[in-house]
Design a protein around this ligand. Structure first.
Ligand SMILES: Cc1cc2nc3c(=O)[nH]c(=O)nc-3n(C[C@H](O)[C@H](O)[C@H](O)COP(=O)(O)OP(=O)(O)OC[C@H]3O[C@@H](n4cnc5c(N)ncnc54)[C@H](O)[C@@H]3O)c2cc1C
Length: 377
């Protein structure tokens, strides 16, 4: 008897639900399993906003992928019949020699991404909510947008089900075994067979493949929303781009304009390594003080009342790049998900690539930088 499913997906976050959508649309029999009821606020895909930008300071290799992602987000928006993307532009701020500024310019130039470099005075004149130090510059990319993660996530799940995918929620995958073309997946209340298995459990992925994923670490990330003290219009999406700032000590923080809940603020990395089942979900007084200080220094008019906080996870590889590859030693089992805190924007294209791999096709993009064996040394 062939297995009941062509593919089982363990974890239906933004990554797993994207795989479910693309695989179901290719005619695969898909079973998705999640330990919670997605969309939820317990993993890595919540918090109202996610940035999508093209001038990619992390590495120019991401630019072709993000361009395809952008096209797929527009298609999802069309199919879902709702707004998922809002164009705000983005601004990468720091010293001209900082990795953030240099990497953004390099990637923008290499791939002809429209952008302009503003000195501190021009930056403040164009975006008066920001008050950068005199020796900082900003790289403005007008084409960047904000994605609405909960809506994206819910749309992928809904459209995947419409395309025939089956989902089981509030049920955790506990273990799996793969032999002779069949993978048996055990949950806390049953077992299921699939020809292939995708492990996309985000911060919990390591528990599903402890040997292969021993190098991953889970980082706690705090997001906060603030009501500006004055000139609130300067902090709305119509007047302010998304920004990332690299300080002289190398740390990076970001701000996201007010889309209804207040100005959003958080560190990019700089969080503690945690166990996702035992994480502290409230902000500490020290964390509050640090974020308040960033507002005071770089956008003082925004420092009004703190409105809300939320904790989320980055699942990091040692080099900060992705991991999308077969699971070593387990035929038909795929590793996905560890996107080191910058993966949301790529969920659409990575879902499409995974559907290619599941159907034996070669993806249109070179995924070799995301291979598992780069960690062998
Ligand atoms: C604060 C914050 C800001 C970010 N900002 C950006 C940004 O601006 N741009 C960008 O591109 N990226 C951003 N990211 C990164 C991006 O959001 C993540 O890379 C992405 O959401 C990860 O999705 P995922 O599906 O891998 O994980 P998740 O969404 O966490 O999904 C994993 C799923 O697996 C399920 N699961 C866990 N264990 C099991 C199990 N045993 N069995 C079954 N199911 C299981 C969980 O319930 C969950 O639903 C940000 C991340 C954070 C935390």
């Amino acid at each position: 008897m062939p297995p009941a499913y062509d593919v089982i997906i363990a974890g239906l976050g933004v990554m797993g639900s994207s795989v479910a959508l693309h695989a179901a649309r290719r005619g695969l029999r898909v079973l998705g399993i999640d330990r919670f009821a997605p969309p939820h606020t317990l993993g890595s895909s919540h918090g109202s906003t996610r940035l999508i930008r093209e001038a990619y300071y992390e590495h120019p290799l991401y630019v072709p992928l993000v361009r395809r992602s952008h096209e797929l987000w527009r298609e999802l928006e069309h199919d879902a019949g709702e707004v998922l993307l809002t164009r705000t532009g983005s601004l990468m701020v720091g010293h001209p020699d900082s990795e953030l500024v240099r990497g953004t310019i390099r990637s923008g130039e290499e791939h002809a991404v429209p952008h302009e470099v503003l000195d501190a005075e021009e930056l403040h004149r164009n975006f008066p909510g920001f008050e950068p130090p005199d020796d900082f510059v900003g790289v403005h990319e007008p084409g960047s947008s904000l994605l609405q993660p909960e809506r994206v996530w819910a749309s992928q799940l809904r459209l995947a089900e419409a395309a025939g995918a089956e989902f089981i929620t509030n049920q955790a995958v506990l273990s799996w075994k793969s032999a002779e073309g069949v993978t048996n997946v055990r949950t806390d209340s049953g077992s299921f067979e699939g020809a292939q298995l995708v492990l996309s459990a985000g911060a919990w992925n390591r528990s599903l493949a402890p040997d292969a994923l021993a190098m991953l670490s889970v980082e706690r990330q705090l997001q906060q929303w603030w009501a500006p003290a004055r000139n609130a219009e300067l902090f709305r999406a119509a007047r302010m781009p998304v920004s990332m700032w690299q300080l002289s000590d190398g740390r990076i923080f970001y701000t996201i304009p007010d889309t209804g809940q207040g100005l959003k603020l958080g560190w990019h990395h700089n969080g503690p390594t945690v166990d996702p089942d035992r994480v502290e979900r409230d902000a500490s007084p020290a964390e509050n003080a640090e974020l308040t200080d960033l507002l005071r220094r770089f956008m003082p008019a925004a420092k009004g009342m703190r409105q809300a906080s939320a904790v989320c996870f980055y699942t990091n590889t040692p080099d900060g790049h992705f991991l999308v590859d077969p699971c070593p030693g387990a035929r038909g089992v795929w590793l996905m998900s560890p996107c080191s805190g910058h993966g949301f924007k790529f969920a659409s294209v990575l879902g499409e690539c995974m559907a290619d791999l599941l159907t034996g096709r070669t993806p249109a993009f070179d995924l070799s930088p995301f291979r598992h064996d780069r960690f062998a040394q």
